[in-house]
Write a protein that binds this ligand. Structure first.
Ligand SMILES: NC(=O)c1ccc[n+]([C@@H]2O[C@H](COP(=O)([O-])OP(=O)(O)OC[C@H]3O[C@@H](n4cnc5c(N)ncnc54)[C@H](OP(=O)(O)O)[C@@H]3O)[C@@H](O)[C@H]2O)c1
Length: 320
């Protein structure tokens, strides 16, 4: 099969489009023909070696932990899927990934993909949408009418978080630069904040949940907007426990976990028309380097998707 692999840590030039052995599904695993793979910042962070002390990756390594595709083969004991099922999922990021024609992964990490989305759009959903879901609902315990501040509401995680918070009935503040203010409004943000023009703490107050996708100074300044009993959920940097205690709030850092059951819930919301991925760019798998450079610029609008099968894109022009 064809795959994008790295043989050492480094810059975008380490991404090699080459032949690789087709994986075999073990017990409890499915072999999936990948149609599309989502690109996430974790892909280039792994490529640069940022995760090397945490995840036991071996070279050559296939990157990419976000995909939509079709079940090609079943490992022993697989019960949730049959051959030909169209599925999407976030496979275990401590193992090899989805920038390839095929991946073998645990069935528990997948669900049937949303019927209303073509693979290209479905493949951009799992990692970022699960991150938003687990931050707001599992860790944040978001309730209707609560007030939420989402940093980078126009990004991969942020644009799902905004829509999921609105679906739950929350009042949403979100930040982005000037060019993305219209997008924030379109996504349903109640009070869009242009971080290049305003200080978010001058607009957002009495917040129940802050979703910190940025860290550093943004995280530090976020403490002041929380109400007592609120929670600061960070995706990027552990917030200070002492500070949280002092202010009477909670603080957490989360790592998104594979979860097929939650993906099935997310698929239902997508098919009901209440949640949709925004696709910034579709890039062929062989040009993954360009996709990494774009993602690394830090200004992706929604998601970048890699087209793995069907390289000329004829299929998704025919279907929604
Ligand atoms: N812990 C986990 O499990 C987990 C899971 C997923 C992601 N993450 C991490 O979370 C971070 C965000 O991920 P992502 O996929 O959402 O990234 P992304 O799609 O690359 O985010 C890009 C967005 O960030 C916005 N942005 C940039 N600087 C900003 C600022 N100072 N204030 C507000 N918005 C700003 C940009 O808007 P403008 O162009 O308008 O500036 C752009 O739309 C990454 O570091 C990623 O590695 C962690």
């Amino acid at each position: 099969m064809k795959a994008i692999r790295i043989h050492n840590y480094g810059g975008p030039e380490t991404l090699k489009y080459e032949d690789a052995p087709r994986p075999k599904p073990q017990a409890g695993e499915v072999l999936i023909r990948v149609h599309a793979a989502g690109v996430n910042p974790i892909d280039w962070k792994v490529r640069e070696g940022e995760m090397k002390d945490f995840w036991p990756h071996k070279f050559p390594l296939i990157l990419g932990w976000d995909l939509s595709g079709v079940v090609e083969k079943l490992g022993r004991g697989v019960s949730r899927f049959k051959i030909g099922d169209e599925v999407y999922g976030l496979p275990d990021p401590t193992r090899g990934g989805a920038y390839a024609d095929f991946i073998a992964a645990r069935e528990s990490e997948f669900s049937l993909k949303p019927k209303s989305l073509h693979h290209i759009r479905a493949g951009a959903v799992p990692l970022a949408a699960l991150t938003a879901w687990q931050s707001l609902f599992d860790t944040g315990q978001l309730q209707p009418d609560q007030r939420v501040l989402i940093h980078a509401g126009s990004g991969g995680v942020g644009h799902f978080a905004v829509q999921l918070a609105k679906w739950k009935g929350a009042y949403v503040f979100a930040t982005a630069s000037t060019k993305n203010q219209d997008l924030l409004r379109k996504l349903g943000v109640d009070e869009p904040i242009d971080y290049t023009q305003q200080r978010f703490e001058d607009v957002a107050r009495n917040i129940d949940i802050v979703l910190d996708t940025i860290g550093g100074d943004t995280q530090e300044r976020s403490w002041s907007v929380l109400k007592k009993g609120g929670v600061l959920v960070s995706l990027v940097q552990p917030p200070s426990e002492e500070k949280a205690k002092e202010l009477g709030v909670r603080a957490a850092i989360i790592g998104a976990q594979p979860n097929g059951a939650q993906l099935a819930e997310i698929a239902k919301i997508i098919d009901s028309g209440k949640l949709a991925p925004i696709i910034d760019r579709i890039v062929p798998l062989s040009e993954a380097r360009r996709a990494h450079e774009l993602s690394q610029s830090g200004h992706t609008r929604g998601k970048i998707a890699l087209r793995v099968s069907n390289p000329d894109g004829t299929l998704e022009r025919k279907q929604p």
